[in-house]
Design a protein around this ligand. Sequence first.
Ligand code: NAP
Length: 286
Amino acid sequence: MSDNKLIDGKAIAAKVLDRTRDKVKQINDATGAAPCLATVLVGDDPASATYVKMKGKRCEAVGMKSLRIEMKVETTTEELLDQMKQLADDKNVHGILLQHPVPPQVDERAAFEAIPPVKDVDGVTATGLGYMWLGLPGYGSCTPAGIMTLLHEYNVPLKGMEAVVIGRSPILGKPMAAMLLNEHCTVTICHSRTRDLPDVVRRADLVVAAVGRPCFVEGDWIAEGAVVIDAGYNPGNVGDVDFDAALPRARLITPVPGGVGPMTIATLIDQTADAAAKQLGVSLEG
Ligand code: NAP
């Protein structure tokens, strides 16, 4: 296997977190306070519980605080909104993450919108998404923002590239397309009604798969020399791209695990440090 084709998300995430540790120290030196990320988990989905625990651990590893709120599976929208309001008003909380998905009786959009934009470190509010499309400063959705960091770290020349994003969810496909467009890619967004998907993907210099179906993207859909980003994470540690079949054609490719996944949490933690600096009036150096 050609190791020099692999995008090492673990190594880049570690680099991001080193920078975050330094930001946390600067904030602490200036104010005596530590940035704090509040995570809200509704229900008992084991995968979501694991993600939330990982986020708390990573916060602590860089000297940040984490506040974990766990709510029962029968939680109503009103109860969740009350909780979100408390966190919105809490001056010691600088970032809020509502773990997706919430149980079906809860209005997830209303709960997201209860996060004030200054604390929207996962870029989930309509305001955050709007800022992203307009290319204004804000906090990008963490998975696509982490992917952008990978592309920059590997010096992928985005300007003018033909980028195909498969998936249009509000947390992944749509913000991904916005970020690539803001960096001058020519972007095509595909979804379940796209006609001739393999042919559309074959046009791409850069493919981002965000579908949620194991090995969905086949090797012969990948143009010779394309950059392949697999955001998928399916049971059994399998991505949305048939990795073995895509590898020989790709110029660069993210493995699953160890590609996009580690970047999501690192980006979340880093954006929380930035949000804390802003709320506490600290201008970060370096
Ligand atoms: P989602 O909300 O289910 O969206 C999936 C998208 O794929 C939808 O836009 C859907 O199209 C499209 N799609 C489904 N079947 C398709 C088909 N046959 N052809 C073309 N498009 C199709 O999923 P998501 O939340 O965006 O997540 C996508 C993947 O990323 C999942 O594997 C998830 O686990 C992973 N993920 C990873 C991270 C990470 O940190 N690594 C974070 C978030 C998500 P329609 O809109 O037409 O239905």
